[in-house]
Design a protein around this ligand. Structure first.
Ligand code: GDP
Length: 321
């Protein structure tokens, strides 16, 4: 389907009027890195920037989906519209297509104030870290007050995607990830709020203690600013949600009061521009053919006929054409 087949202004109007099918179509355009995306983003940007983006990350099974359902209820209780993006960078086949299906929606199957979507990527060279900010913008501009971005795992790409949020929540469960593991995975740096879920399980207290110690050690390295709270919950039993909401609200107030919200969003914007620039550059370099193309240059370098820097010069000469 070509770019001309998409009526972007109509689609954007319809998404902003709250039509779930239009929102879904826009997210699909993001996933496909569709040629119309440029026009879509230009139309969305003036309407974006209002949503509170909250990232939730943690290893499989810690209770992200269960907690997300509770957070949806809590924000709906405040009369806010909630969009959820479920992202699974660890799954190369589904590209994240399964996670969202597990968030229990039977509570409110026809609630127009909630939109849940798994995010995959078929088109972006930059993968999910390029697609996620655009998908967030779709939900933001469509008028969702809160956008929850759920990522599975605690690897580098999850940390990157969690870093897209205004507020990053890191979930752990007793016995699944103690403070040391958290530090290794780099999640101490990204967590604004830590949740030790499954507080009904043995060892929850020790995990909380462990994490608090790690957080205060990390704080000593970077003094001042925000001290990430460690909140205990039992999502299945609906225990601790108030504490979690309080911690989120406190962080939101901190973001607003200190100007950190703007700084984070500018950092996010810088990442997005860089990703798209690299994507475009790579596409152009891959398209170079003949003796200046990567294939010919590789053969020349392997045969000792050109040095690698000279090869880069030849290739990059095509970059801004
Ligand atoms: P996710 O993979 O991180 O999204 O985790 P899920 O939300 O799917 O939860 C994994 C399993 O743990 C499910 O069977 C949940 O019912 C269960 N679970 C979630 N929260 C709790 C909790 O606080 N206590 C207990 N005992 N089980 C929980």
């Amino acid at each position: 389907m070509g770019a001309r087949a998409v009526d972007v202004p109509a689609l954007v109007d319809s998404a902003r009027a709250g039509t779930p099918r239009a929102v879904a179509r826009l997210v699909s355009l993001v996933e496909d890195a569709h040629p119309a995306l440029r026009e879509v983003m230009a139309a969305l940007v003036p309407h974006a920037g209002r949503a509170w983006v909250i990232g939730l990350t943690g290893a499989p099974g810690v209770g992200k989906s269960t907690s997300t359902s509770l957070l949806i209820s809590a924000f709906r209780g405040r009369g806010l519209r909630v969009g959820v993006l479920a992202v699974d960078p660890s799954s190369p086949f589904s590209g994240g297509a399964l996670l969202g299906d597990r968030i229990r929606m039977q509570d409110r199957p026809h609630d127009p104030g909630v939109y849940i979507r798994s995010l995959a990527t078929r088109g972006h060279l930059g993968g999910l870290s390029a697609a996620t900010p655009q998908a967030i913008r779709v939900l933001d501009a469509a008028g969702f007050d809160v956008v929850l971005v759920e990522t599975v795992g605690v690897g580098q790409s999850e940390v990157e995607i969690a870093g897209l949020a205004d507020t990053s929540v890191v979930l752990l469960a007793p016995g699944m990830g103690d403070g040391i593991q958290a530090a290794k995975a780099g999640i101490l740096e990204i967590g604004d709020v830590f949740v030790v879920n499954k507080a009904d399980h043995p060892g929850a207290e020790a995990t909380v203690h462990d994490l608090r110690r790690m957080v205060s050690l990390a704080e000593r390295a970077a003094p001042g600013g925000w001290r990430p709270p460690v909140v205990r919950t039992a999502a299945l039993q609906r225990v601790g949600l108030d504490r979690l909401m309080q911690a989120l609200d406190k962080h939101r107030a901190h973001l607003d009061e200190t100007g950190e919200l703007c700084r984070r969003r500018e950092r996010r914007a810088a990442d997005e521009i860089e990703q798209l620039a690299l994507e475009r550059l790579r596409t152009r370099l891959e398209a170079v053919e003949g003796q200046d193309g990567l294939g010919a240059l590789s053969a020349a370098l392997a045969a000792g006929r050109i040095d690698p820097y000279a090869a880069v010069d030849v290739l990059l000469a095509h970059a801004d054409r």
